[in-house]
Design a protein around this ligand. Sequence first.
Ligand code: ZN
Length: 89
Amino acid sequence: MTKMKRIYGLTKMKRIYDFLCPDGHVVEKYIEIDTTIIPCEICNQEAIRVVSFAGPCLDPISGDFPSATLRWARGRQAKIKAERKVAEA
Ligand SMILES: [Zn+2]
């Protein structure tokens, strides 16, 4: 995981994610987008990132291909963020 952070060091993006551990604890973390597992703050087991389907990228019209749409939306979001970063620089 530390290696990943180094690779994305320049364009490291953070978001708020929910993490769910095997005991059902939900931990909310503001964390790098490439982090998918963190230790649970309550029981110290591995908490896995919960993919949130709520958000502006949800398109009900393309419901026939939800996974493809989601993949596209994710790529598009990353692109928008990258472009925004460039614009700000
Ligand atoms: Zn836990």
